[in-house]
Design a protein around this ligand. Structure first.
Ligand code: CO8
Length: 264
């Protein structure tokens, strides 16, 4: 497959200071379906095999969204086995992004919710436009984060902030994301990609070999995470055996509040 140009669900461009991958499903606020994830893995594999010379930027097309999460339409009717497979498949791709052998930067230009925030967190650096919104709204859909978010969020912002965000499912503004350490920098609306390209230019001056060694050692010291990822995938799957997942996703698609069962 060609790695640059307009693909089915991604646009991949070669800029002077970086390769830019844009998720291109504006009709669904760039939600991640299997087609996006499959193309993302193919592009990451191809770029990795080339021996990347430049940083990689991930962004979303359009002014409204970076990525508004995993695709709820696609997940609504999954059974627990399919959910387990989907979680493991996606964790594998996000791990390829995290270990990509160059600096990776998320240029967050709008909503980064659920799997969208998890995609941004799998990058080394996050630059947000002032209109960006972050959140892990999964519990409102009767599920839990399944793309590594339960592990990466706590590492980035501490367990207290991670619990607050995941348990409430609330959406936060770019300034709050900056304050808790989720994003590195906030810039004016429409400027996230430009700033990410400037950032890429600055880090390109450094030794690519040393950069890769830093990534290896920093991510290698995350102890216990493999087990955490396994638990996440298992519990993500378990949600799909509970009626709340069906109700939560059906309610979103019918644009009404969810009516969850009381645990008893
Ligand atoms: N999936 C599918 N479609 C979506 C999604 C999504 N995540 N987000 C938005 N869309 C669609 C809407 O259904 C709508 O489609 P249509 O025009 O056909 O009705 C279109 O995008 C525009 O969205 P809205 O009309 O809702 O736009 P608003 O401006 O009113 O609201 C929001 C914007 C607040 C972003 C709203 O769209 C929203 O709340 N979206 C869902 C956010 C969400 O819950 N994301 C988390 C999803 S779950 C998840 O990511 C789990 C990750 C772990 C999975 C692990 C798998 C292994």
């Amino acid at each position: 497959m060609e790695r640059f140009g307009r693909l089915q669900t991604l646009a991949v461009s070669r800029e002077d200071s970086a390769t830019v991958i844009s998720v291109a499903r504006q009709e669904a606020l760039n939600a991640l379906n299997k087609a996006v994830l499959t193309e993302l893995e193919t592009v990451l594999d191809a770029l990795t095999a080339d021996g990347p010379k430049k940083p990689l930027i991930i962004t979303g097309e359009g002014a409204r969204a970076f990525v508004a999460g995993a695709d709820i339409v696609e997940m609504a009717d999954m059974n627990p086995d399919e959910a387990l497979e989907f979680s493991r498949f996606s964790q594998r791709i996000f791990s390829k992004l995290e270990t990509f052998p160059a600096v990776t930067i998320a240029a967050v230009n709008g909503y980064a919710l659920g799997g969208g925030n998890e995609l941004a967190m799998a990058c080394d650096v996050r630059i947000a436009a002032s209109n960006a919104r972050f959140g892990q709204p999964e519990v409102g859909l009767g599920i839990i984060p399944g793309f590594g978010g339960t592990q990466r969020l706590a590492r980035l912002v501490g367990m207290a902030n991670a619990l607050d965000l995941i348990l409430t499912g609330r959406m936060i503004k770019a300034e709050e994301a900056f304050r808790i350490g989720l994003v590195h920098k906030v810039v004016d609306e429409g400027k996230a990609l430009e700033e990410a390209l400037n950032y890429a230019k600055a880090v390109m001056k450094n030794s690519p070999f040393a950069v890769v060694q830093v990534k290896k050692v920093i991510y290698a010291t995350i102890t216990g995470r493999d087990n955490g990822m396994e638990v996440e995938a298992d519990l993500f799957s378990a949600c799909f055996a509970h009626p709340d997942q069906k109700e939560g996703m059906k309610a979103f698609l019918e644009k009404r509040p969810a009516d969850f069962q009381e645990e008893g």
